[in-house]
Design a protein. Structure first.
Length: 57
């Protein structure tokens, strides 16, 4: 990934099929290598939280 900050948590969730765009590969940015996949959605998307994991800082 190429985020501009370090995430505090990782969340696994279940959402309705078709709620997100097709995945796109992330370019390098913010001194990060990129190469991860990104999917987007907008609006009110119902989600079931399956797991929350705190990441080491």
């Amino acid at each position: 990934m190429a985020l501009d900050n370090t995430p505090e948590v990782k969340v696994t969730m279940k959402v309705p099929k078709g709620a997100f765009s097709k995945s796109t590969i992330i370019d390098a940015a913010n001194k990060m290598p990129g190469g991860g996949l990104e999917r987007k959605a907008s609006g009110n998307i119902p989600a079931e939280i399956i797991k929350v994991k705190e990441l080491k800082q």
